[in-house]
Design a protein around this ligand. Sequence first.
Ligand code: AHG
Ligand code: MN
Ligand code: MN
Length: 334
Amino acid sequence: MKRISLTQHLIEEQRLHNTIPSELRLLIEVVSRACKTISHSVSKGALGDVLGAASTENVQGEIQKKLDIISNEILLQANEWGGHLAAMASEEMESFHPIPNRYPKGEYLLLFDPLDGSSNIDVNVTIGTIFSVLKAPEGMQEPSEQDFLQVGTKQVAAGYAVYGPQTMLVLTTGNGVNCFTLDREMGSWVMTQRDIKIPADTAEYAINASNARHWFPPVRRYIDELEQGKVGPRGKNFNMRWIASMVADVHRILNRGGIFMYPADARDPDKPGKLRLMYEANPMSLIIEQAGGAATDGQQRILDIQPTGLHQRVAVFLGSKNEVERVTGYHQAT
Ligand code: AHG
Ligand code: MN
Ligand code: MN
């Protein structure tokens, strides 16, 4: 099989479909290079002294792991001098990071969850990096938080790197979803899946069931029906998977279907769900939709939500279309 590198793919997209301006292409190359560096650190583990907790908390009050901070630094350093960006925002930084004055500025905004699945770092389970690219608003001089608060449909690119048995990069620029595997000897991303499509039906679901006592009735009803299996209203058996790394759960769903849920629950009305709209839900929703799946917050399409804050949280239901539509329908019916 002919090997197509990420670089070649991006250049061909630019020529054939004109969907990727060269500035955006170079930006994606830089992000993907940073992910290689993160992958290298991840794979060193204890040998690279990258495991364990740091002594700091992030803006959401979560204890940061060393790798959260290392990955954040790698992404910042890799991206700040290239000239393609106006600013960056990260799950691990309270406010956004403008490009320092010593570097030229570009017209894009980059958002990322530098290390997703932090609770899995120290136990050698798959983790990842999620990113999203927006165009800075026309005429923007100095970037402000407001400039980042664009609806998910405005994302011009989104992707994730998954650090598992293989390191892979999954990318969309609004023209389908492709997957690249890192060839460590060559140091290059090689396309291994083209135009991935998620089956509309599935018999696999992912939810943290330890929160069941806090769920609202529509989620309870949906999960209860799945659990009843063949003898229940669904008339078939379902299987459950929960990796606790959104990247890894989404990657499974892209490959063989499924539904992933992190619902809002009755605990804290100020926290609608756990996942973050700008760094997790929006980029993953674009990828899922581009692969023929669906993504909602239970009421509406995630990509249509008008963000109100950089770190806002959102309920997430995403994956195989027919299941996402069903659980969304249960919410809308109440
Ligand atoms: P992060 O490590 O970036 O904070 O994200 C963790 C997220 C997500 O990856 C995962 O699906 C979920 O949190 C796991 O939550 P539980 O701890 O409730 O299982
Ligand atoms: Mn995350
Ligand atoms: Mn994270």
